[in-house]
Design a protein around this ligand. Structure first.
Ligand code: NAG
Ligand code: NAG
Ligand code: NAG
Ligand code: NAG
Ligand code: NAG
Ligand code: NAG
Length: 583
């Protein structure tokens, strides 16, 4: 056995022979039982979700005809995890939309008679019942977080929001309405002309409460639905903001109004990188440096902690590697898929309850392209394969999957920031180990390096078998050829087929140990006793779970704002030209 890492001799050796610390291997000994391990809450089967920009909804659902390619891709994930991925329909364009019950097209139209304020007017798009009928084509039981328009403030604004909310409640029958988000990134309303000064988190809190109260009293209450059904978006910008979660809490957003609590979740948005906002350039190699993701997320990590301290769950409803619409040869590569897998695991360890990867039809970061764009027919991007991996990891535990971060501090040298490992528990016992090697090795490199994970599963697992599932592709820069667990997904109809039926199996030794080598630019999930995806997954029936996920109603007040660290400011308004232009 190697000496323990804290032994003083190791430090001396390290000081004199630093290369010893940079050996291309690492030992991991996760606790074999849940007791003694630091792990997440149970992951919800719909945890790894998607956001869809409202102006682009029909590209994903289809217009008169259903987009069966999208629906199949969502259903695959539902079959793996036990429930469909959670969908947020929201983004800048939610704040441009007016619901007209008489507008019968499958599509949206430009309002011919705009009266509202805004760089793009808050009433510039009209949708009708078939917007909801199209959304309702998604797999049965799909949770929908629906973004309502907060920007619109014409004299009939309360009637408008209630009419819209009522239509959503009445028309989503196959899918399941989970929550309403009120307004998209309201902290940026001064920039996009949706509000004039004075505008701050305090005024926003009042406007949010008034709308939530109206929707509850007029729509939810008569329908017998819960009041804690609303998600206020916390700040999207880190600079000079008055919209941080602690500030909104101090403004009383968690308090009652007319005897009801309205906030069920803290909702936030982030992007790892945003073109035109993040000041430095980005390369695929940066995206694959997972330390950079931790650095970018540091500020948000604090917000997660503040949110959870209030007793209200935190959801990351808009996220992406590169915004507003991705970057060719970065966000659409296999390297980005490794980023996606790591990001979901990382969020799980923070107890973020749900993550929505944002999609537009023209985004090179979307998990699939749903219609013809850029002269290319619909196709599945490598990112989708990371969703498939996460869905199988979650489904493998039948709703009991919990994720822990494993210490990879010993991966130094060329592997600094390139190695991540997570434990997966099911039924309170160690079930799997997720290993990621994001050191960049492109397709053209013929002899790729590898990193060895020396795994110790504990004596209780001595002589048992582990099965390896690979998230792989020819290289980090590959745009095609990704497989997960030997599976590929059809660009024609989204169906899965097995292209590598080999069973990668190792036997643990008498101490429960085995070494797994992971190629540069590859991830492997080792699972105890069976191959991931081969067991039945218990389907989750959402029929009794509508309403709030709020864990307790006694919200703690948070005082004092955190100092904002300069990370990327998120002005996803930049995406609006792109998303509006695409229809
Ligand atoms: C996540 O939740 C679990 C279960 O409630 C808890 O034990 C763990 O400490 C939490 N982790 C974080 C980072 O909040
Ligand atoms: C999509 O699938 C449904 C149900 O299987 C089928 O009725 C419909 O014809 C399909 N639509 C297209 C455009 O293929
Ligand atoms: C346009 O809107 C104004 C007020 O918002 C209304 O008085 C007028 O009738 C509308 N015109 C049409 C053609 O709908
Ligand atoms: C997206 O990728 C395609 C190639 O698949 C490329 O033609 C297009 O220019 C890219 N668009 C953006 C906005 O990066
Ligand atoms: C999940 O449930 C299925 C039966 O529905 C069972 O075969 C499988 O072993 C269970 N998996 C775990 C990890 O409990
Ligand atoms: C690997 O591919 C990426 C994306 O095409 C490219 O930017 C990078 O320069 C390549 N790296 C090497 C070492 O070839």
């Amino acid at each position: 056995m190697l000496p323990s890492l804290s032994c003083p001799a190791c430090f001396c050796l390290g000081a004199f022979f630093p290369s010893l610390l940079y050996a291309q291997s690492l030992s991991l000994s996760p606790s074999p039982s849940r007791a003694g391990a630091s792990v997440s809450d149970n992951l919800d089967p719909s945890f790894a979700g998607f956001g869809i920009e409202p102006s682009n909804l029909f590209s994903f659902t289809g217009w008169n005809d259903a987009n069966n390619f999208s629906i199949r891709l969502l259903q695959n994930l539902a079959d793996y995890s036990g429930a469909p991925p959670h969908i947020r329909v929201g983004g800048n364009t939610q704040d441009y939309m007016i619901y007209d019950p008489d507008y019968q097209d499958f599509g949206w139209k430009r309002n011919p008679n705009i009266s509202a304020q805004g760089a793009i007017a808050a009433d510039s798009m009209i949708i009708g019942p078939n917007y909801l009928a199209a959304l309702d084509r998604f797999p049965a039981g799909t949770y929908i977080t629906y973004g309502l328009n907060l920007a619109y403030k014409g004299s009939d604004y309360l009637d408008r929001i209630a009419t819209h909310a009522e239509a959503v409640v009445n028309n989503l029958k196959n899918t399941r309405l989970y929550s309403f988000e009120i307004g998209n990134e309201p902290d940026l309303y001064l920039e996009n002309g949706m509000r004039a000064a004075p505008w701050d988190g305090k005024i926003y809190t009042e406007e949010f409460m008034e709308r939530a109260d109206t929707v509850y009293q007029k729509v939810l209450k008569p329908a017998g639905m819960a009041s804690m059904f609303f998600e206020p978006p916390g700040t999207a910008s880190t600079i000079g903001t008055t919209f941080e979660i602690g500030m909104l809490n101090n403004n009383g957003i968690l308090n009652q109004m007319n005897g009801e609590y309205y906030v069920g979740w803290w909702n936030q948005h982030d992007y790892f990188y945003f073109i035109g906002v993040t000041p430095t350039p980005i390369t695929l190699d940066d995206l694959m440096d997972m330390d950079q993701t931790n650095t970018q997320f540091k500020y948000w990590e604090k917000q997660v902690g503040i949110a959870l301290d209030t007793g209200v769950p935190y959801v990351l409803r808009e996220m992406c590697s590169v915004g507003p619409i991705g970057m060719h040869q970065v966000s659409d590569t296999f390297g980005a898929s490794l980023w996606t897998l790591n990001f979901f695991m990382y969020m799980a360890t923070l107890n973020v309850s749900s993550v929505q990867m944002h999609m537009t039809d023209n985004s090179n970061a979307s998990a699939w392209q749903p219609i013809t764009k850029y002269g290319k027919s619909p196709f599945v991007r490598p990112n989708y394969y990371a969703h498939a991996a996460v869905a199988q990891i979650i489904g493998n535990g039948n709703g009991t999957t919990q994720i822990g971060a494993l210490d990879v501090g010993d991966a130094g040298g060329d592997y600094t920031g390139r190695i991540r490992a997570y434990s997966a528990y099911a039924n309170n016992a160690l079930q799997g180990i997720i290993m990621i090697n994001s050191k960049q090795a492109n397709e053209s490199v013929s002899n790729k390096g590898s990193f060895t994970f020396n795994l110790n599963w504990g004596a209780e697992n001595a002589n048992k078998k582990i099965y390896l599932s690979y998230l792989t592709a020819p290289g980090a820069d590959s745009l095609t050829g990704t497989t997960w667990n030997g599976i590929t997904y059809s660009d024609l109809d989204g169906t899965a087929s097995v292209v590598d039926a080999s069973i990668y199996q190792l036997e643990l030794d008498g101490n429960g140990a085995a070494s797994v080598s992971v190629r540069d630019s590859e991830a492997v999930v080792a699972n105890l006793d069976w191959q991931l995806g081969t067991n039945k997954v218990t389907k989750v029936d959402g029929s009794t779970t509508s309403g709030s996920r709020r864990k307790n109603s006694g919200a703690k007040a948070i005082t004092g704002a955190d100092t904002a660290i300069w990370t990327a400011i998120l002005i996803s308004s930049l995406s609006l030209a792109a998303s509006l232009g695409s229809l």
